[in-house]
Design a protein around this ligand. Structure first.
Ligand code: ADE
Length: 245
């Protein structure tokens, strides 16, 4: 068997601890790092800053509120990671901004084909426009504005890393889940078989038993698979009809 290739993710940020805390907090990630399947590292932007105060930002030309991250500082930081050439094959340089292309499972699958990702986090009012020239693409994790690109970088990293061979441990589980086949996941149950709850709703008796669907206990795998597929379709129609188009 050929050995799975390592995924390297470098996150350029003013808050490196954000990234290192994440990398050190989860068993699956620590294991992947130990097995050399993953190298998730933070690159501190501060040392690339200019002057004695290591300034990384400036006021916008033309006026306006807030501060803008300097293009020269980001250029140096990106270059330090991508080494000689700024646009390299096999390596993808991605800006995290609310103006980027929407991140989806499909995008995660596309990015999982690269062995090396450089994720550049914005802060404050954004980047100097020239920074866009150093990147291959720009990604947004959703139509809302966060204070910086660190959470988006971690969202993207987690979605990509779990698609890579070996990182989850059980290779097959990553691809079957919600969104993978444009269907939401079917309902899952485990013990106990019957769960007695008291409800504080005004209607009803106030007590009920929540049961596991009988078909799941039948041992008939054909029937179970049919039920699961049906539930997936029903759920998708109800919650996310847009996925079925
Ligand atoms: N930075 C701030 N908000 C963001 C978002 N929604 N996606 C990616 N980067 C961001």
């Amino acid at each position: 068997m050929t050995k799975a290739k390592k995924l390297s993710i470098s996150v350029i940020t003013l808050f490196p601890q954000f990234i290192t805390n994440f990398a050190e907090s989860f068993g699956i990630i620590k294991r992947a790092v130990a097995l050399k399947l993953l190298d998730l590292r933070a690159v501190d932007l501060r040392p690339f800053g200019v002057d004695s105060r290591q300034t990384v930002d400036g006021r916008p030309y033309g006026g306006g509120v807030g501060m803008v991250l300097r293009a020269d500082v980001l250029h140096k930081a990106i270059r330090s990671v991508s080494r000689s050439r700024i646009k390299d094959k096999g390596l993808r340089i991605i800006l995290l901004t609310p103006q980027g292309k929407s991140f989806t499972q499909k995008e995660a699958k596309r990015l999982a084909k690269y062995d090396s990702l450089v994720l550049v986090c914005g802060r404050y009012e954004g980047f100097d426009e020239r920074v866009r020239q150093f990147a291959d693409e720009e990604i947004s994790i959703g139509d809302y504005v966060l204070m910086g690109g660190e959470l988006p970088a971690l969202v993207l990293s987690e979605a990509v890393m779990r698609l890579r061979t070996g990182i989850l441990g059980k290779d097959e589980s990553a691809d079957k889940e919600s969104f993978s086949e444009n269907l939401l996941e079917y309902p899952q149950y485990t013990k106990p078989l019957e769960l007695q709850v008291t409800s504080n709703k005004k209607q009803g008796t106030g007590r009920k038993i929540l049961r596991v669907p009988k078909v799941l206990l039948s041992g008939n795998h054909k029937k179970i698979n049919e039920w699961r597929m049906n539930e997936s379709i029903k759920r998708t129609k109800k919650r996310r009809p847009d996925l079925l188009n």
